[in-house]
Design a protein around this ligand. Structure first.
Ligand code: SAM
Length: 234
């Protein structure tokens, strides 16, 4: 399914990453299962092998090159969809403790089957982030909350920051076009502080990674319920 090992190695190398034969084998299983499952359940618009390699796998794994993710960190991927960015990241960094959250159960069903095939451990949560982060089991329990392509910076902050422990980080993977400053107030109100906005390129396209440090606990007022969030962003 994926292009050959030599080609994939060169793409990883160009992006400052290492590809082992074992990782290549697992990513190949992932790509094949993704495309097969996507025929019946909508998971991704990206189905061409080279694009899966770059826009899903390398893009996801770059998170641990661009952000410092401590060893053995617990990481929750909010709105993970077909597992991006955290499943490729877990294949690259097996020390990470992974939790996958999505509001669509058909995606969680796919992820359970995928992780079984890839022989990786993960916890799975079906639900809306704004409901799940209110539970004591998950509130302020993670070293890292990550998200790619889920919502604008303000809304995403309200969905993600409540999951993060004080001292931990929220990492938002963004395209080049979004005005991140529209989320600055939400970040502050939710107990975070922008640590860095990193810009880099992937296959000639711009990428932005926003790293938010959690500096104080999130007020129990947040997150609000989804209709309140939609009515007025922070
Ligand atoms: N992160 C993946 C990626 O980069 O390919 C999927 C992105 S997809 C555009 C957005 C995902 O977020 C969908 O799978 C959707 O079900 C999920 N989602 C949207 N709002 C959510 C919420 N409030 N709580 C949990 N999941 C949510």
């Amino acid at each position: 399914m994926l292009p050959d090992l030599e080609f994939c190695c060169s793409v990883f190398k160009e992006n400052g990453l290492m590809l082992t034969e074992e990782l290549y084998r697992k990513l190949d299983i992932y790509a094949e299962f993704l495309v097969e499952y996507n025929n019946n359940v909508n998971l991704t618009a990206i189905t061409e092998p080279k694009e899966i390699l770059v826009k899903h796998f390398v893009d996801s794994i770059l998170l641990c090159k661009e952000a410092e993710i401590p060893e053995n960190a617990s990481i929750i991927d909010i709105g993970t969809g077909a597992g991006f960015p955290s499943v490729p990241l877990k294949l690259y960094r097996n020390d990470l403790k992974l939790t996958l959250l999505d509001s669509l159960n058909k995606r969680i069903t796919f992820l359970k089957e995928l992780c079984g095939r890839l022989e990786i451990e993960a916890d799975f949560i079906h639900g809306r982030a704004e409901d799940i982060s209110k539970t004591t089991e998950y509130r302020e329990k993670f070293d890292i909350a990550c998200a790619r392509a889920v919502a604008n910076m303000s809304l995403l902050s309200e969905l993600c920051i409540p999951f993060v422990k004080v001292g931990g980080a929220f990492t938002a993977m963004k395209g080049p076009g979004e005005d991140i400053s529209l989320g600055y107030n939400a970040v502050r109100v939710l107990g975070g502080e922008i640590e860095e906005e990193r810009e880099y390129t992937l296959g000639g396209e711009g990428r932005k990674l926003v790293i938010v440090r959690k500096i104080t606990q999130t007020s129990t007022k947040y997150p609000r319920n989804s209709s309140q969030i939609k009515k007025k962003l922070l």
